[in-house]
Write a protein that binds this ligand. Structure first.
Ligand code: IPE
Ligand code: IPE
Ligand code: MG
Length: 233
């Protein structure tokens, strides 16, 4: 079976999880951010090399000012608390998404995490922040068009060449995409990169997605038959 190198997770259900406990949505987001540490460690121990987590989508700006404000503050809380440990564990933080639209302090915190961990090679912990896949592909097309106009690229392009313009250009394709909290949709996440990913939708909300659930997802992955369009003997 194809080695599972790259897992992507749509971390959904923080709000419903909090509501079920009579807590504000922000409490769900805080618990969810704590779980990023737990699951990153578990993923690394399970041999995963790339973990790409959907933290904030280009559509999430539609939420209340209070909720967006809280989500923008969470990276600072998270990295203040855990950056030292994540570096010691050999994790490399990488951010995908349009950072220039974020509040300046949020952006600064995230870019610092990237810089401070740039030498690490163990787990690549990729955080999608203000990320939307259609935007990413449109931006890639623009960058490619500009290169053509500048004479730096030929106008005929193959998928392998186009991928170099995506925000994920340093990552291998996604092997396994997991969405928590029961919803069965992609919500504008990694549309290009999941072309041949295995998909798993689990009922647990993100704050209750434990290392055991991740292990169960991987077991399921290793029981699947990935054909990539071919025929297995
Ligand atoms: C996921 O949880 C976190 C973000 C999208 C930022 P939600 O906030 O979407 O939680 P639900 O789906 O409303 O329960
Ligand atoms: C997807 O979850 C985005 C993130 C997890 C960051 P949403 O909760 O925003 O997705 P929809 O609105 O249910 O599709
Ligand atoms: Mg949701």
């Amino acid at each position: 079976m194809e080695q599972c190198r790259h897992v992507a997770i749509i971390m959904d259900g923080n709000g419903r999880w909090a509501k079920a406990q009579g807590k504000p949505r922000s409490a769900g987001h805080l618990a969810g951010s704590e779980n990023v540490r737990t699951i990153a460690i578990a993923a690394s121990e399970l041999g995963i090399e790339y973990l790409t987590l959907y933290a904030f989508s280009t559509e999430n700006w539609k939420r209340s000012k209070d909720e967006v404000g809280y989500l923008m503050k969470l990276p600072a809380v998270f990295f203040d608390k855990y950056m030292k440990e994540l570096i010691e564990r050999g994790f490399r933080i990488r951010i995908i998404g349009e950072l220039d639209a974020l509040p300046a302090d949020t952006r600064a915190v995230m870019e610092k995490a990237e810089r401070d961990s740039a030498m690490n090679t163990k787990l690549s912990l990729n955080i999608a922040m203000n990320y939307g896949s259609q935007r990413e592909i449109a931006l890639a097309a623009s960058a490619f068009a500009k290169d053509v106009l500048a004479g730096k690229a030929a106008p005929d392009i193959e998928p392998e060449d186009f991928e170099k313009y995506l925000m994920t250009n340093e990552f291998p394709p996604v092997d396994l995409l997991i969405r928590t909290s029961g919803e069965q949709r992609i919500s504008n996440y990694l549309l290009w990169q999941i072309a041949y990913a295995e998909l798993e939708f689990v009922p647990e909300a993100w704050p209750e997605f434990t290392p055991e659930v991740l292990k169960r997802c991987l077991d399921e992955y290793y029981h699947r038959d990935r054909r990539f369009g071919g025929v297995k003997p």
